[in-house]
Design a protein around this ligand. Sequence first.
Ligand SMILES: NC(=O)c1ccc[n+]([C@@H]2O[C@H](COP(=O)([O-])OP(=O)(O)OC[C@H]3O[C@@H](n4cnc5c(N)ncnc54)[C@H](O)[C@@H]3O)[C@@H](O)[C@H]2O)c1
Length: 353
Amino acid sequence: MSLNPQLPTEKRPIYIIGAGGIVNDAHLPAYKIAGFNVRGIFDIVPAKAKATGDKFGIPDTFSTLEEMIARLPANAVLDVAVPGSETIPILKKLPAGSSVLLQKPMGENYKEAGEILALVRKKKLLAAINFQLRYAPYILAAKDLINKGLIGELNDIEINVNVYTPWHLWSFLFTSPRVEILYHSIHYIDLIRNLLGDPKSIYAKTTKHPSMADLASVRSNIIIDYGDMIRANILTNHCHNYGTPKQQSYIKIEGSKGAIKINFGALIDYPRGAADSFEYVVLDDNKEPAWQEMKIEGSWFPHAFIGSMSQLMLAAEGAIDRPDNSAEDCIHTMACVEAAYRSSEEGGVKPCV
Ligand SMILES: NC(=O)c1ccc[n+]([C@@H]2O[C@H](COP(=O)([O-])OP(=O)(O)OC[C@H]3O[C@@H](n4cnc5c(N)ncnc54)[C@H](O)[C@@H]3O)[C@@H](O)[C@H]2O)c1
């Protein structure tokens, strides 16, 4: 099954800031699939901008941000993919009224997310955040089933990740006071918000690991509280370094009339990955539940990146009022992340004896 996100009519020229891993592995491959028009790239390490520009045939490589800004056409879309700590200084330099897609996280914490939102408002930027799991083909397929009412009212979402993630590949994480929730589970929190809306509260415990003692916490249990009738849980262990047989990662969505289970392979045997699978069941009073598999074209990486950029372009051309992943919306994901860290720091209820 092929489920495409809504695409813009005009393929506005894209100018990329940051030529690191995610730009090479996901942004540019996705934009190639979508036929987007990437015109320029800048990185503080000029050799990285040059290598990426050469690899993807990008016409202009810039050695300073100022040079890129001076050459931006009026309908340009900026695509910022730098470590979270670099986002605010870059935003301050962008021309007022720019259209900009910012890589997640939206700053390093809620305070920075607030500063980003204030800058967006002050400079009247059209800003979206790259929480792209919302637009992964298997999530679009799940939303399609949900919107058609096939699985009924949602009452349970569980995201379970038990993998080995080589965090050492991202050197900036070693100086980051926050790792797992801010850089990874944030996708699942954002997805759950996207499906169920803003929660009442968050309970969480995020934990370090002896083999990754130089990093902040790398495993998390997060309960997203939607009251007495809906359960929404995220469990991640990125330290399962015991071979691949027991590695797993799934998103399970249950409703009053059916359920969906997505095994997503992107994190398995990282960076090699494994195949995804999408299964669902629609209950029929007269029959035993029968799960069916649906073949889905495309995956989280890179295809979902088409959706987050498309939302920005659609808003820029006036086809929608604002991106679904607008900074105004995504600040609520950052608020949930902050609440998760606070919950973890404040600790649980001590058993009294
Ligand atoms: N949405 C996702 O699924 C996803 C996945 C991976 C990474 N990311 C995010 O993307 C960002 C970059 O991650 P990455 O894996 O590409 O990291 P990376 O370290 O591979 O690349 C970062 C790049 O940014 C450049 N850079 C740093 N400061 C800069 C500045 N001020 N101006 C221009 N270039 C600058 C670096 O030289 C480097 O090339 C991070 O914020 C990360 O959280 C998002």
